[in-house]
Ligand binder design. Structure first.
Ligand SMILES: [Zn+2]
Ligand SMILES: [Zn+2]
Length: 268
C-alpha cells in the first residue's frame, strides 16, 4: 500500500494544486492521498486563511468523488498547537508544533537556520537547551488543543542539524525534555510520522524523528506512519524507501495506514 497523508497544496505553502497532486499520486500508483493543509493562524503567512480553508474542504471533497474509482482521497488538516481551527470537517488531523513563544508573539522554529539562531539568542539568551525544552514542553501538551490522529515531525527542531544548528541530543536536559514529550503523547495511542519533508527540500539527509526517538517509541509500544510532508506534487512519497529502512533498523515490523474506515496496521 502506497499512502501519503502529509501533503500541502497551493491553499497553503505548497507549489502544486490539489488536482496536480491527485494526478501525480495516480501516476505514482498510490492507493491513498491525504491532504493536510496548514491550519489557520492569523499571524502566519504560510497557513490557510479561514475562508481558504472552506474552499479547500469543498475542493478536496469534490476531488474525492471525481477520482473515487482511481484513488482514495482524504481531507486532513495539519493543525498547529496554536491554531483554533475546528477539526470536525476533516477525515484526520496531524498534530504539530511549529512555534515557540515569548507569551506575546509566535516564532517559527523551522523557517531558516538564521531565524532559529536569532530565536535562541534573543528569547533564550543563547541557551540551546532552554529552546529545546520550550519546544518539547509545548509538544507534550499537544492534545490539550489538538485531537491528533498522527503526531507530526516530532523533533522538528532538528531541521537544521546539518545546517549549523545541531543540538546535543544525548545530553541530560535534551533527553529529559524529549522523553517527557514522548511519554505524554504515547498515551494517546496515535502513530508518530516518519517524515521525509526536510530531505526533499534539501535540509537533511535523514527523516525525522531520530533513531533514538523511534527506538523509544517502539520500546513503549507506539506506532509509526510514513509521510512526505510534500510541498510539491513531484515529492509525494519522497524517500519512503529510506523511511522504511530506518523503521526496520529501529525494530518496527508494522506501520499504520488511515483509510476511509479508520486506521489499520499493515506490514512495513
Ligand atoms: Zn509541519
Ligand atoms: Zn507539513
Amino acid at each position: 500500500m502506497l499512502c501519503d497523508y502529509h501533503v500541502h497544496s497551493t491553499y497553503c505553502d505548497g507549489k502544486s494544486s490539489l488536482r496536480e497532486n491527485v494526478e501525480s499520486a495516480i501516476s505514482l500508483g498510490m492507493d491513498i492521498i491525504g491532504f493536510s493543509g496548514h491550519s489557520s493562524i492569523d499571524t502566519s503567512l504560510y497557513c490557510m486563511t479561514r475562508e481558504g480553508t472552506k474552499s479547500y474542504i469543498g475542493e478536496v471533497n469534490s476531488l474525492k468523488k471525481e477520482y473515487a474509482d482511481k484513488i482514495t482521497v482524504l481531507c486532513g488538516l495539519e493543525k498547529d498547537y496554536y491554531s483554533s481551527d475546528d477539526e470536525s470537517d476533516f477525515d484526520y488531523v496531524i498534530g504539530s508544533v511549529h512555534f515557540v513563544t515569548d507569551g506575546e508573539k509566535l516564532y517559527d522554529v523551522d523557517h531558516t537556520p538564521a531565524i532559529t539562531r536569532g530565536i535562541i539568542d534573543n528569547l533564550y539568551k543563547g541557551d540551546e537547551m532552554s529552546y529545546c525544552e520550550a519546544y518539547f514542553s509545548t509538544l507534550g501538551k499537544l492534545f490539550d488543543n489538538v485531537k491528533a490522529d498522527i503526531i507530526g515531525h516530532f523533533d522538528l527542531i532538528n531541521k537544521f542539524a546539518e545546517k549549523g544548528i545541531a543540538f546535543d541530543t544525548k545530553c541530560r536536559r535534551y533527553v529529559s525534555a524529549c522523553t517527557d514529550a514522548l511519554d505524554a503523547l504515547l498515551i494517546h495511542n496515535v502513530p508518530f510520522e516518519i517524515n521525509t519533508g526536510a530531505m526533499s527540500r534539501g535540509h537533511r539527509r535523514v527523516p525525522y524523528p531520530s533513531p533514538d526517538v523511534l527506538k523509544y517509541i517502539k520500546e513503549k509500544g507506539g506506532s509509526i506512519i510514513f509521510n512526505s510532508d510534500s510541498h510539491d506534487a513531484k515529492n509525494l512519497c519522497y524517500g519512503f524507501d529510506i523511511a522504511r529502512d530506518l523503521a526496520k533498523q529501529c525494530g518496527f515490523r508494522s506501520r499504520i495506514i488511515l483509510t476511509q474506515n479508520g486506521k489499520k496496521e499493515i506490514d512495513i
